[in-house]
Design a binder for this molecule. Structure first.
Ligand code: CUA
Length: 187
């Protein structure tokens, strides 16, 4: 009898292949569980690289995010920092003005619930989490206007939570900062 026609041999081959697949599946599951365990333990035991906190209850009273400190500022070293706060259902300031072709640091937080911020036409996307400061390096290539909607459902008025970013050229921006310490384009 040739091997092809022996039914018991066919069964043995099938059983061997099935055992192999079963072993492979168990190995894959084992690797995934191992990875999840390692990442979980790693995150729980290693301190985060850099976490900055801000008490949402006192944002308006003291510290970096008091209203007079919001908007765009030129720092002592010449760098540009934008500070903004999200709250149900607006951004403060509602209109942010920044120079083009300049490295900018965007620092934001929330005064109440989790909000998000995306700047249309760019890859800028930040989460505004109460208690924490989100910092993002941003840079705009050319002057223009961008809408800035909230991208995280934050309650009944979420749909209406929009801001605006106005990018002006460097020279115009320098002219604007000559006379004022904090800039916004809120009318
Ligand atoms: Cu704020 Cu959605």
């Amino acid at each position: 009898m040739s091997s092809e026609t022996d039914p018991s041999l066919g069964e043995a081959v099938a059983a061997r292949i099935e055992r192999r697949w079963a072993t492979l599946s168990i190995v894959i599951v084992g690797v995934l569980v191992g990875m999840a365990t390692f990442i979980g333990i790693h995150q729980a035991t290693m301190p985060q690289g850099r976490v900055e906190t801000a008490d949402p209850r006192t944002l308006h009273l003291s510290g970096e995010f008091i209203e007079s400190n919001l908007g765009t500022a030129v720092e002592a070293d010449g760098s540009v920092t934008v500070r903004a706060v999200g709250q149900q259902y607006s951004f403060t300031p509602q209109c942010i003005v920044v120079p083009a072709e300049t490295p900018i640091t965007l620092r934001t937080t929330s005064a109440d619930v989790v909000h998000g911020l995306i700047i249309e036409g760019t890859n800028i996307n930040a989460m505004l989490v109460p208690g924490y400061i989100s910092e993002l390096p941003v840079r705009f290539r050319k002057p223009g206007e961008h809408v800035m909607p909230c991208q995280e459902f934050c309650g009944i008025g979420h749909q209406g939570m929009w801001g605006k970013v106005k990018v002006v050229d460097k020279a115009a921006f320098a002219g604007m900062t000559a006379s004022r310490r904090r800039l916004t384009c809120v009318d």
